[in-house]
Write a protein that binds this ligand. Structure first.
Ligand SMILES: NC(=O)c1ccc[n+]([C@@H]2O[C@H](COP(=O)([O-])OP(=O)(O)OC[C@H]3O[C@@H](n4cnc5c(N)ncnc54)[C@H](O)[C@@H]3O)[C@@H](O)[C@H]2O)c1
Length: 314
């Protein structure tokens, strides 16, 4: 079976992808700047992908026999990069180093991009080519736009085969380490479970929430397509394909937790996308992608996982 290298393998999507690939018999190697907090079963080379010397050490033999790179390592929090724009630059450097690993090994590359490349859109996105790279909503968007551009340039100049996936609000298991990463679903679960106030930045904000198993299914379809030579050099939106408001999300989580909802509404913050619903028809038709978990059901599963982890009182 092929061996897949996941960068950012200690993160939410990376960890879920590892388990998904392993179930199918793939070999998986991980690279991350921190050990995996969820499992000891994923061989992980602890490496800072912004550090040239550490990356050279990887290329110099610590990784071998790879068939494909899935590049997920990044500073992944939009608002954090508004406050710390130098981290956007680090994202670009990580992508460059991951692309170099692929290029030197002569293996295909999958880039974990984001719906943030579209900016704050209030029109219907009719296709992947609607991204307008002149509009970068935030330093994080700029880092994903740059990562995509570098990836496309490697395909042209070095014949690299790639797929780019634009994810959107991925949520589910292996995402409750709020000290590290405050994402909206875990944050709401934590606050509502404690009976604390929930602040929604943007009453009208509508986003496309993707249950992590759907996201992983899409990436695996891409891996299979690339490895078989059936699909290459394409960019896909990977999401559920429906919009939900944050207010609705908070209500559903409160329902699952059987707790009252104490909601405060604030305006959206700078750099945040306030409306996004993905058009997933391209992933559907080319990859056979079919998301299965609507947000209502995903909220139920995510709260159940928190219970299993012992992070909620019974
Ligand atoms: N989760 C989402 O909703 C979402 C949405 C759009 C795009 N994405 C993108 O998908 C990818 C994976 O997201 P995630 O949700 O798993 O994020 P995550 O933060 O859980 O995982 C990212 C991982 O990258 C690692 N990393 C950061 N800097 C590094 C460095 N210098 N060297 C090595 N590793 C480093 C982190 O330690 C972390 O484990 C990211 O590129 C993110 O930008 C995620």
């Amino acid at each position: 079976m092929p061996t897949i290298l996941i960068t950012g393998s200690s993160g939410q999507i990376g960890t879920n992808l590892f388990f998904g690939l392993r179930r199918l018999g793939f070999q998986v190697m991980g690279v991350d700047r921190r050990p995996n907090p969820w499992t000891g079963e994923l061989p992980t080379v602890v490496t800072d992908l912004t550090d040239r010397a550490q990356v050279d050490a990887l290329g110099g033999g610590r990784l071998g026999g790879l068939d494909l790179v899935v590049h997920l390592a990044a500073h992944a929090k939009v608002f954090e990069l508004v406050q710390r724009p130098e981290r956007a630059l680090e994202n670009i450097v990580m992508t460059y180093h991951a692309l170099e690993l692929s290029r030197r090994a002569g293996i295909p590359f999958i880039f974990g991009s984001s719906r943030e490349v579209y900016g704050d859109i209030h029109r219907i996105i009719t296709g992947e080519s609607d991204a307008d790279f002149v509009i970068a909503e935030s330093p994080y968007s700029a880092s994903k736009i740059s990562g995509e551009a570098l990836t496309y340039s490697y395909a042209r100049c070095y014949g690299l085969n790639y797929l780019t996936f634009r994810f959107s609000n991925v949520y589910g298991r292996y995402d409750n380490d709020l000290e590290r990463m405050e994402r909206v679903v875990p944050l709401f679960i934590d606050r509502i479970a404690r009976g604390e106030e929930v602040v929604v930045f943007g009453e009208q904000k509508v986003l496309d929430f993707t249950y992590v198993d759907d996201c992983v299914d899409g990436i695996i379809l891409g891996i299979r397509g690339l490895l078989s030579g059936r699909v290459k050099n394409q960019t896909f939106n990977l999401a559920y394909g429906e919009g939900s408001s944050l207010v609705q999300l908070a209500h559903w989580i409160a329902e699952e937790l059987s707790k009252p909802l104490n909601l405060r509404l604030e305006p959206s913050r700078p750099g945040e996308v306030t409306h996004y619903v993905a058009n997933i028809s391209k992933a559907r038709s080319i990859l056979g992608y079919e998301p299965k978990v609507p947000l209502r059901e995903g909220a139920r599963r995510t709260v159940a996982w928190w219970r299993e982890c012992g992070r909620l009182s019974p």
